[in-house]
Design a protein around this ligand. Structure first.
Ligand code: FUB
Length: 344
């Protein structure tokens, strides 16, 4: 009996490991996976990468996505369902192009898809679309969220039932153009409004969401990411400074703010005592993957933590990515073991 139990466990592990670190779907290109458990099912809200022929540039123009598909599975390693087009740019009145990394939240039986897109002036805003199901389809609000800016919304539900949205991305994500409070549309390159190397890096932003989940309840605030001495991470510190892809998870009552360092290609993290920060830099969760971008989410599923991420295994092209998942471990002191993923 003992032997049989071991074999069953091994079979399970084998099944899990065959599934981990492999493209979750191959029939479409997917990226920037935001994973959640809603109604006991695992949902993934990714970008849907396509090749529209738009030339690669420093603003990320080649990330020219036009719709979203929601993926789901009933368990880790289970069959994956693609629920079809959940939202198309053609059905978002204010948006023109580039549906970048989305996220979703469900509250009181209604689900909300949050997404960045460029408006008719070429400025990134965050939109929201509503559905009565986590799989969509979602119906977009007529206007973007008031006061929203930049890219990569990530929505975190705290234990008291309050929801917070984190946003921001520099360079192609335009956050540097908001440094004075209003958008600088004279910038000619993604680097024009960057701080000097010895100045504090540009901060991501956070705001609590309104009760109806459709607006910010307060103005976006800057988030401080500091080193162990409490000094802000500097703009020249490309190995540690925030670039894009914010995500927050809570572990042992602490708030873990994780993000991509962009041109150094890490997923780094910092720990804080409040959803507003400040967050103290700790190290890397994920080392660089294949492709320029690195973007992730972290979720607990039946007591095991997982990292969802993407790389370019299927296409070898930086703008045609595929989402994957792997296990994530917190050490007893609360730090996270750095993950290396290698494509053979
Ligand atoms: O997918 C487009 C952009 O690439 C995302 O918004 C960024 O986080 C990066 O992954």
């Amino acid at each position: 009996k003992q032997d049989r139990q071991t074999t069953v466990q091994e079979e399970k592990q084998e099944k899990g490991s065959k599934f981990l670190n492999k493209p979750l779907v191959e029939h479409i290109y997917t990226a920037d996976p935001s994973a959640h458990v809603f109604e006991d099912r695992i949902y993934i809200y990714p970008s849907h990468d396509i090749d529209t022929g738009t030339e690669e540039d420093d603003f990320g123009g080649h990330f020219d996505m036009r719709d979203y598909h929601v993926l789901s599975m009933d368990s880790v390693g289970g069959e994956i369902t693609d629920h079809g087009i959940a939202l198309s740019v053609d059905n978002v009145p204010w948006a023109e192009r580039q549906l970048w990394a989305p996220d979703a939240a469900c509250k009181d039986g209604i689900c909300y898809l949050y997404f960045p897109a460029k408006d008719k002036e070429g400025i990134f805003r965050i939109g929201v679309a509503v559905s009565d199901s986590p799989e969509g389809p979602f119906r977009a609000e007529k206007e973007p969220i008031k006061g929203s800016l930049s890219i990569d919304p990530a929505v975190f539900r705290d234990d008291d039932g309050e929801y917070y949205m984190y946003v921001g991305g520099i360079w192609g994500g335009q956050l540097q153009n908001w440094r004075t409070g209003t958008y600088d549309n004279t910038a000619k390159t993604p680097y024009d409004n960057e701080p000097a190397d010895d100045e504090p890096a540009i901060s991501p932003r956070v705001a609590r969401l309104s009760d109806d989940m459709l607006q910010f309840e307060e103005e976006l605030r800057e988030i401080e990411i500091v080193d162990g001495e409490g000094n802000p991470i500097l703009a020249g510190d490309h190995e540690r400074r925030f670039f894009e892809a914010a995500w927050v998870h809570k572990y042992n009552r602490k708030y873990y703010f994780s993000y991509s360092t962009g041109d150094t290609h890490f997923i780094a993290y910092a720990i804080g005592e409040s959803p507003y920060g400040p967050f103290v830099y700790q190290g890397n969760i994920l080392n660089p993957v294949q492709g320029w971008t690195n973007h992730h989410s972290i979720v607990e599923i039946k007591g095991q933590w997982y990292l969802f991420y993407h790389d370019t295994e299927l296409s070898g092209q930086t703008h045609l990515r595929n989402v994957k998942m792997t296990k994530l471990e917190h050490d007893p002191d609360g730090t996270i073991k750095t993950i290396n993923v290698i494509i053979e």
